[in-house]
Structure formats: structure tokens, C-alpha cells
Design a binder for this molecule. Structure first.
Ligand SMILES: *Cc1c(COP(=O)(O)O)cnc(C)c1O
Length: 231
């Protein structure tokens, strides 16, 4: 199957239920991205800041770039001028830095809080109590140049669909609770970023609004790049 065939089938499946597709193009060359672009794909996700900056510079300017991987505070400045959505905010410290760089670029940067839902030690993300703590903090209230538009989670890498389903269900439930408590009147708080190549069908059933799919579109990546915790 070609990128074109893969993407056509996926777009149909995903867009028919009104969910948006983030095409995760990390490690893939510009020509692959352009093939997807020709089919109308405009949202692309990367997890390496340098690679993201290079691709942003060399590819069409109407691409919406999303950062899906872990972000170090000292790298925020490189993406602040153009990033459309940061999926991986996992600390107040990082959010404060994003706000600072957003001010310099005269922008408001959309972010998702990454929530730890997996049964694995290596994954980044905030615990449920940490999400609440962050949203209640005085420091957070003062940040005017970041906008939290939802939550993101990565399920456990397991063959057990029941476990994945429960993890996505919990994320969606947390999202509903957070929306009621903190974003009731903000229509922009609407995103639940969950689902990758191996588990997006379950994510769609559990109410995902943004799926992040790489290998099902572009083919397998080199093993050394496979971790989703890279930044
Ligand atoms: C790489 C990556 C994806 C896409 O993974 P695939 O299994 O190739 O679909 C999704 N989310 C994050 C955070 C990633 O790092």
C-alpha cells in the first residue's frame, strides 16, 4: 500500500466520524509529507524540535504543525513562532516557558495537557491530581498567552484491547470533568488527543477528537526512532 492509499482509507474512516487526523511524519522525508499534502492532509505531527523546525521551513506554509512528543523547556523558543498545537505539556514549568515565548512571538499558543494513563513507567505525563493542581494554581491563572484546549494521552503498549479501552475511557471521563469544572464556558476546550496506529479504532469508540497516526500512513520507522517519548 502506498501513502496515498493508506491515507485515503484512513481519512474516510476518521473524518466520517468528525475526528481530525494528525499525520505523524517523524523521521519521514519531505517527499512523503508532500504526498500526503497532495491528498489534502494539512495537520502533521513531529516529536523532534530540530526536525520540526527544518520541515516547517522547507514545506508549504499552510501546514499546521503539531508537536506530539516530549518538549524540553530550552527548546520551546524554536517552535513558538509557528507551532499550531503542543500535545505534550506535562508541567507548569513548561507551560510558563511556552507562555513566555508566545508573548515574544505575539501569539497565543494552543496546548494540551498530557495525562499519564498508561500502565508503564517510561511515559511522560501528568497524574490526575497534578492536572487539577496545575489548573487551580495561581501561576496558571496568570498565563495569558497559552490556551489549554484539551487533554492528550498515550495508552499502554499492549495487545489487550480491554485495557486500552479502559485507559481511553478514563481520559475521556477526566476530560468531561475538567471541562465542567474549569472550562465550562470555553468552547475551545474540546480536544481529546488519543489513538495511534495500533489503537486508534478503540480511541474513536471512546470519543477521541484527534488521532495521531504515523506508521499506518507512512510505513514503519527505524526502530531507534520508534519511542514516542523522544523529544
Ligand atoms: C510516534 C507517535 C505517534 C504515532 O505512532 P504510530 O504508532 O506510528 O501511529 C503518536 N503519538 C505520539 C506521541 C508519537 O510519538
Amino acid at each position: 500500500m502506498s501513502i496515498t492509499d493508506n491515507l485515503k482509507a484512513l481519512k474516510e474512516e476518521i473524518e466520517s466520524v468528525n475526528v481530525r487526523l494528525v499525520a505523524v511524519s517523524k523521521t519521514k522525508p519531505n517527499e512523503d509529507i508532500l504526498e500526503a499534502y497532495q491528498l489534502g492532509q494539512r495537520i502533521f505531527g513531529e516529536n523532534h524540535v530540530q526536525e520540526l523546525v527544518d520541515k516547517h521551513e522547507s514545506l508549504p506554509k499552510d501546514i499546521e504543525w503539531h508537536l506530539v512528543g516530549h518538549l524540553q523547556t530550552n527548546k520551546v523558543k524554536y517552535i513558538a513562532p509557528f507551532i499550531s498545537l503542543i500535545h505534550s505539556v506535562d508541567s507548569l514549568k513548561l507551560l510558563i516557558e511556552i507562555n513566555k515565548q508566545a508573548i515574544k512571538s505575539d501569539r497565543i499558543i494552543d496546548c494540551l495537557l498530557q495525562v499519564y494513563i498508561a500502565d508503564e513507567e517510561t511515559k511522560y505525563g501528568l497524574g490526575y491530581d497534578e492536572v487539577i493542581e496545575l489548573l487551580e494554581s495561581q501561576e496558571f491563572q496568570e498565563l495569558k498567552n497559552v490556551r489549554i484546549v484539551g487533554l492528550m494521552g498515550i495508552a499502554t503498549n499492549t495487545e489487550n484491547p480491554k485495557q486500552i479501552k479502559e485507559e481511553f475511557y478514563e481520559l475521556k471521563t477526566l476530560f468531561e470533568g475538567v471541562k465542567l469544572s474549569y472550562f465550562k464556558n470555553e468552547a475551545s476546550f474540546k480536544e481529546v488527543s488519543m489513538g495511534m496506529s495500533s489503537d486508534y479504532k478503540i480511541a474513536l469508540e471512546q470519543g477521541s477528537t484527534l488521532v495521531r497516526i504515523g506508521s499506518d500512513i507512512f510505513g514503519k520507522r527505524e526502530i531507534k526512532h520508534f519511542k514516542n517519548t523522544e523529544e
